[in-house]
Design a binder for this molecule. Structure first.
Ligand SMILES: Cc1cc2nc3c(=O)[nH]c(=O)nc-3n(C[C@H](O)[C@H](O)[C@H](O)COP(=O)(O)OP(=O)(O)OC[C@H]3O[C@@H](n4cnc5c(N)ncnc54)[C@H](O)[C@@H]3O)c2cc1C
Length: 451
């Protein structure tokens, strides 16, 4: 396999990752004098803020995903390649990927983060992450098949394990998935499973911090706790999960909760990038960048979004929050700055404009912090819906999400409750295997699994 992209006299920008940052950058390079190559391990862009609705059968995966090739169909000198970054060779201006090597004039790392299990192998093997659309579909299958098995299993112990849900992490993802499962328990399961004793289903939300949503104002934390408690979610603050054994989640205070639905949204760590010098990495494996998103010590390698750690923005000396807006704003500025770098001008420094943050807990319930304003309840929920609808890529996707929301608002129904498992073809399995095994270049086997 190889890239099969010829040089055409233009400078070449290679972007790794078509998430919020990488996609914004690629779109901003339209009508530039660059040849643009976007590389992503998936052939679609995804919209993580609504991933929890895939996991809880509220939305269809295709409503929050968008194929890259569709985005770039009318562009000249734009190329998409589905591949995985393996390593960077800065001295040769070259990268190694799962489909071969390619050289660059400018390289932009926008490959985001992955779930952080803090090195605990037991937890990593047992827990269900919810970081991508595929993982959310895995979680949906797991929840739905647990409900199915709970009505056919023969022991009460197993029934409790199947019905108990433990969610670890009280940030926006944890709060949102807890609220969505609680609504499912109240409105959907009693109708779908008349022979299930829904009162035996307990939803636990475990948070290490002393409040939920620690990135938001304290009033919003308190409000989200109040909303969840009213929905009978059992929230434990100041508690860490330390292990998982014998179908039980083990807590720092020694207590245990039997559960086979152990959802982990307890933190993220930057996706690994092999080949950059050690001094390029900071907290959470994030890549240290200057005020132009240029990687420390490098002239033509940049990092944007969740993977970047910029300490040069005076208002954010510890780096920007790992959220969509910093990634989008950095992608937008870098699309202008790359032109400036190429022409020898003076680039503009990045300054983050905080547009606020929000989280929804269920129907008519959300919290939002916008500037100095703090909203909670119905208005915040309307705001949350409006902002998310506007941000989803594509008119069709906006429409489908809107219709699904209207449908479930009035019917309390979730339309995507099928357990769907794909059976890959022999060709797909072989390709996957080949991509895993080949194109490692001179990367040593012990370096390959840094993620
Ligand atoms: C469940 C969930 C809910 C969230 N909700 C919100 C929210 O409500 N509001 C908010 O502001 N933020 C939210 N976030 C955070 C937000 O999604 C991220 O901050 C944002 O996506 C970061 O953008 P990015 O471009 O840096 O990376 P991402 O959007 O993560 O994109 C990274 C891309 O790189 C690709 N990739 C990764 N590794 C490789 C590799 N080795 N080779 C090739 N491609 C690779 C991935 O496939 C992906 O397309 C949420 C995140 C999650 C997981």
């Amino acid at each position: 396999m190889s890239f099969n992209i010829d040089r055409n006299g233009k400078k070449r920008v290679v972007i790794i990752g078509g998430g919020f940052g990488g996609l914004r950058l690629a779109r901003g390079l339209r009508k530039s004098d660059f040849q643009v190559i976007l590389i992503d391990r998936n052939n679609y862009h995804q919209f993580p803020p609504l991933i929890y609705q895939i996991a809880t059968a509220g939305l269809n995966p295709s409503s929050i995903s968008f194929p890259f090739r569709k985005i770039f169909e009318d562009r000249e000198d734009y190329y998409f390649r589905m591949a995985e970054l393996r390593a960077v060779y800065p001295a040769e201006n070259m990268i190694q990927t799962s489909i071969g090597k390619i050289d660059y004039d400018y390289l932009v790392l926008a490959s985001g983060t992955t779930t952080n299990f803090f090195g605990n192998k037991n937890i990593e093997e047992a827990a269900i992450p919810m970081k991508t659309v595929t993982e959310a579909m895995g979680l949906r299958n797991s929840l739905l098949s647990s409900y199915e098995r709970s009505v056919t299993c023969s022991s009460e112990k197993e029934r409790d394990e199947l019905l108990n849900i433990v969610i670890v992490g009280g940030g926006p993802s944890g709060v949102e998935i807890a609220g969505a499962i609680a609504e499912m328990r109240r409105y959907v399961l009693p109708k779908d499973y008349p022979d299930m004793d829904v009162s035996r289903m307990h939803i636990h939300l475990i948070q290490g911090d002393n409040r939920l949503l620690p990135g938001m104002k304290e009033e919003s934390s308190a409000k989200s706790l109040e909303f969840l408690q009213k929905m009978h979610v059992e929230v434990r603050l100041n508690t860490f999960v330390t292990d998982y054994a014998d179908h039980e989640v083990v807590m720092s205070d020694g207590s245990r909760i039997p559960s086979r639905n152990f959802i982990w949204v307890g933190g993220v760590i930057a996706n690994p990038v092999i080949g950059l010098p050690e001094e390029c990495f900071g907290r959470g494996r994030r890549i240290l960048v200057d005020e132009f998103n240029r990687v420390k010590g490098q002239n033509n390698i940049f990092a944007i979004g969740d993977i970047a750690l910029m300490e040069a923005d005076p208002a954010y000396p510890k780096g920007h929050p790992q959220m969509a807006q910093p990634a989008i704003q950095q992608g937008a500025l870098l699309s202008r700055n790359l032109r400036v770098f190429a022409s020898g001008g003076t680039p503009e420094s990045f300054r983050y404009k905080d547009l606020g943050c929000m989280a929804t807990i269920g129907k008519n319930k959300a919290v939002a912090n916008i500037g100095t304003f703090i909203f909670g309840g119905f208005f915040a929920w309307l705001l949350w819906m409006g902002v998310h609808l506007m941000s989803i890529l594509g008119v069709r996707n906006k429409l489908f999400v809107f219709l699904d929301w209207v449908w479930s608002y009035f019917t309390y129904d979730r339309s995507n409750r099928m357990i769907l498992k794909a059976r890959p073809s022999q060709e797909m399995n072989e390709l996957e295997k080949r991509m895993q095994e080949t194109h490692w270049g001179d990367i040593a086997p012990e370096e390959r699994n840094q993620g």
